[in-house]
Ligand binder design. Structure first.
Ligand code: PDD
Length: 287
């Protein structure tokens, strides 16, 4: 089936979609991105991701290339053309194309916009979630502004590759004090030894996950007590349950950390319950 990509105002066959060699996203990682889950052909929490995208652009002083309404139209058209019912939709916005020089182009140039979509195998994701996944830990070697969703993902990629090479699905990143910051592309959660649902606060150098924010609301509505407080790798190993969240993972149960089994090595009951509730909420919020 043919795939399509949107690049700077036009749809191109996926194999022919290109940006310029002097695009600043390519040369400097001077670009931000955002990811929406697609559920039943609709974009999950369009507004939440759109707001974060606007903030990422503002923090880096990259011009907004189009209005939220126009962007929604283009994203929907990309989903439609690619016939995605369940999957992911990505946007990358760079500062634009200009002769290579570190400072911002002067005069400013138009930002570059790339939008792509891909289908995911929902059945395979469900099977994985029923079994639970392994994570490993890696030192967090990223820059100090992980709240901005930039395409500068090299430390994340190295951590994820290390996980893959050790048969794990994710790497949890650990700061100098021994606390888990977040996953290489997910937020990290545990149900601690006292039964509290726990995830790191967003004052820390982490991405303010949209799934994280929605899950906090879902947990609150379900009467589950949540503490936004950092936890150590040891806390996680002693936890009753563990999981991670992202638009690309929803809520994925973790059953081992660095080879240590969590509780009985099966997805925990609260994790499983919250996964179901979260999915309902995400489908409701999709536009
Ligand atoms: N990653 N932390 C990091 C470092 C991430 O890259 C992501 C998302 C998250 C979860 O954020 P959200 O719930 O808004 O998806 C946390 C996306 C999915 C990616 O890079 O593909």
């Amino acid at each position: 089936m043919s795939r399509w990509a949107y690049v700077n105002g036009r749809f191109h066959p996926h194999g022919e979609a290109v940006v310029h060699v002097e695009d600043r996203g390519y040369q400097f990682a001077d670009a931000v991105y955002e990811v929406w889950a697609v559920i039943n052909g609709r974009l999950a929490d369009f507004d939440g991701h759109m707001t974060r995208l606007g903030r990422s652009l503002d923090e880096l002083r990259i011009e907004h290339p189009m209005s939220g309404a126009s962007l929604l139209n283009v994203l929907r058209e990309t989903v439609r053309r690619n016939r995605v019912r369940f999957g992911l939709c990505y946007i990358q916005i760079s500062r634009g194309t200009a002769r290579r020089d570190h400072p911002f182009p002067d005069p400013a140039v138009a930002p570059s916009v790339v939008i792509t979509c891909k289908s995911l195998d929902r059945g395979a994701m469900e099977t994985k979630a029923k079994k639970g996944v392994a994570v490993i830990t890696q030192p967090d070697i990223r820059w100090g502004r992980c709240d901005i969703k930039t395409v500068g993902l090299l430390p994340n990629i190295l951590a994820k590759q290390a996980a893959k090479e050790r048969g794990a699905a994710e790497a949890w990143l650990v700061d100098d004090m021994g606390f888990v910051t977040e996953g290489s592309s997910t937020n990290a959660w545990i149900v601690d030894a006292d039964g509290n649902l726990r995830t790191r606060d967003t004052q820390a150098n982490i991405l303010r996950g949209i799934t994280r924010g929605n899950l906090l609301a879902v947990a609150k509505d379900a009467g589950v007590k949540v503490i936004e407080k950092p936890f150590t790798v040891e806390d996680a190993k002693q936890a009753r349950e563990a999981f991670f969240t992202a638009a690309s993972a929803f809520l994925t149960p973790v059953v081992s950390i660095d080879g240590t089994r969590i509780a009985d090595g099966k997805p925990g009951p609260l994790t499983t319950r919250l996964r179901g509730l979260y999915f309902e909420r995400a489908a409701e919020l999709a536009v």
